[in-house]
Design a binder for this molecule. Sequence first.
Ligand code: FMN
Length: 189
Amino acid sequence: MRVLVAHASPHGSTASIARRIGARIGRGGAVADVRAAEGVGPLVGYDAVVIGSAIHGGAWLPAAAALAARCAIELPGRPLWLFSVSSVGDTSSVFGPRITQRMRRLRREPKQVTAWRAALPVVGHRNFAGVVQPTDWGRVGDLFIRLLRGRYGDHRDWADVDAWADGIAAAAHAGAADAAMVSAPPVNR
Ligand SMILES: Cc1cc2nc3c(=O)[nH]c(=O)nc-3n(C[C@H](O)[C@H](O)[C@H](O)COP(=O)(O)O)c2cc1C
């Protein structure tokens, strides 16, 4: 079982989460290749794909989006897991509890992800908070964070990343078992 874990990560936190996901999938017995989305070669040979993108302006980055589009053509039917890394994850956040709760309620899934759900076998999409530094996001981001009293720093929730990755590892393992049963010769009785 080979799983591609690809990332688009200008400042490195999406890449670090991808590496962690790859390590957990590897512990589950599958082979995980962790790569930058723009450097991924032919997809043939992968049984499942995980793609993560940093969120800029509420959207996925072009390299990650382009890779998801390639999956539809090069790996039709293969399961796909997606994750987005931004200031507000599903379990941790740059902002305090009240603002975070409101932002989660108002947040829409990146529109690319919604579109892929119709075209690709997307099994899951998870939001993780990343590392947000004052120099990364520019003046608009800085204003946004200050106005909403956010805290710069490392907001990755490794327990959440591990739990999500373990779910993928279990599904990949089950998929491999199913494939082995389909390809096994019939038993003569
Ligand atoms: C140009 C730019 C735009 C961003 N836009 C958003 C955004 O719309 N929403 C958000 O929550 N975070 C936004 N962020 C914060 C990043 O998503 C966050 O810092 C993330 O951890 C970056 O991942 P990376 O370290 O892999 O680059 C933005 C950051 C940058 C640099």
